[in-house]
Design a protein around this ligand. Sequence first.
Ligand code: NDP
Length: 241
Amino acid sequence: MNKKLIVITGASSGFGMEMAKEFAKENYPLLLLARRIEKMEALNLPNTMCEKVDVTDKDSFEKAVRKAESIYGETDLLINNAGIMLLGDIASQDAKEWKAMLDVNVMGVMHGMQIVMNNMKEKKSGTIINLSSIAGIQAFGDHGAYCASKFGVTGLTRVARAEMSAHNVRVLSILPGAVNTELLSHTTSDEIKKGYNQWKESVGAVNITANDVAKTVKFMYELPQSVSLREVIITDTMQDN
Ligand code: NDP
């Protein structure tokens, strides 16, 4: 059977990059999206188009998807993975950081869903996997706007799942705990970053990898279209919360 197009946002590092490598091993046609195109191109994956896209810009996001679809056929899987985490306490964090998170983590996901949903509805097939987080169902200190964005992803994924179920389209979410990637590095407070790393090390939650998450996403997709693994919470075994 011919493999169908997979679109991965945020494929220039972390989970997205590992997903790209895992799917490429089985020669899925891929569209990789992020702002740092050079990182995606450096992977040199077969059957793959890389486009410089900021997911907050719906027009360029859609243009890239249509360009890939004109070559590989319609999108069968969209992974809305691009995200940022800028930790800070609500009383003092700059509102610009809140807006940046809500724009990328919520609006970016909504853009992606709308770009592929109508074709999937028409075909009565397709899968969307959104990256939420354990912070999308639980509260953590200094995670105010990040939790707001990821609770948002959990909620909008559940709504989309219900809306798309009659069309045989799967809308799933994966909710990882702490995994070592570039994610934490964008937080501006060194004290918060230090505290986060100290907590991970003190409980020993340091062994789960981005590749573990990527393989789980691949497993969710490769189940039959009739099987919807709606929400998967995945953490290091030693994560205590
Ligand atoms: P990374 O920081 O390693 O990767 C984030 C990716 O998102 C990068 O490829 C980045 O690419 C991309 N990105 C960020 N902003 C934009 C944008 N505006 N437009 C397009 N792409 C963008 O983090 P992770 O791999 O850890 O994170 C992936 C997802 O998983 C995120 O949604 C994150 O919230 C979620 N998550 C991560 C957890 C963890 O502990 N690591 C836990 C739970 C959830 P570029 O900068 O090149 O644009």
